[in-house]
Design a protein around this ligand. Sequence first.
Ligand code: URA
Length: 290
Amino acid sequence: MAIPDSELILNKDGSIYHLNLLPDHISDTIITVGDPDRVPSVSQHFDSIETVIQKREFVTHVGYYRGKRLTVISTGMGTDNIDILLNELDALVNIDFVTREPRSLEERINLRIIRVGTSGALQADIPVGSHLVTEHAVGLDSLMQFYPLVETGLEVEVAREIQQSLQLDYRPYCVRGSDLLREQLGAGMIAGNTLTCPGFYGPQGRVLRLDLRLPTLIQQFQQFRHQSAEGEFRLTNFEMETAGYYALGRMLGHEVVSLNAIVANRASGEFATNSEAVINDLIAKTLARV
Ligand code: URA
């Protein structure tokens, strides 16, 4: 059945509503960054740039890197934007914009989506300036209250225990990312379990002028452990998007990996004086591996 105009919204030029992109703008590998100003930091390495498009915080450059066509897109911050990003990217490759029908299973395209973003370490042994690849992402945001995500036993157990320890009214969600992409892109990086938070301050235990409902939030996250046959699970770092990527990537059938430039350490109270260099190194490393 054709998807109605109100659900699959196309602009006058046929591009998808928020991303403002046409199917032809999508390469099979997509690199995403949060900050729109960081898109040129990726595309400056390209041999050539064929397209530059912007709408709101979604800036896209399409070009070639060492002969390989790549699309780099900025997303802004938060899993609400990742809901838009993943649904619209998927629509661009897996819905026929003329008939408005989803493509058949045989025609379906699986994208490789690589998030390159900044993050704060929770544990003292994860230094500022390091690069971390996310194995499991735990979402403290509400995005998965709206989708029937299927989680494995370990994922459900971890999420339940975090809910109990924080006395949350809802169960967070936990998703393991693509093993293949993690091995390809995260080689030599610290492997960690990332907490995706619905905010930078209170939800990450930062106090400026507002008190926290849970004053010991940081310590609880730092001390959280889950033992299973797969070993010990601990939480390593904070950011604001990864769990949305991993959950929607699993549901839509795309390979997703989150690479984190560690710019803060919440155990030591440090913030990287060279945060731009830390992220730029991660961008260069990522491009060399795509
Ligand atoms: N991004 C976050 O969300 N938190 C940090 O501490 C650093 C970057």
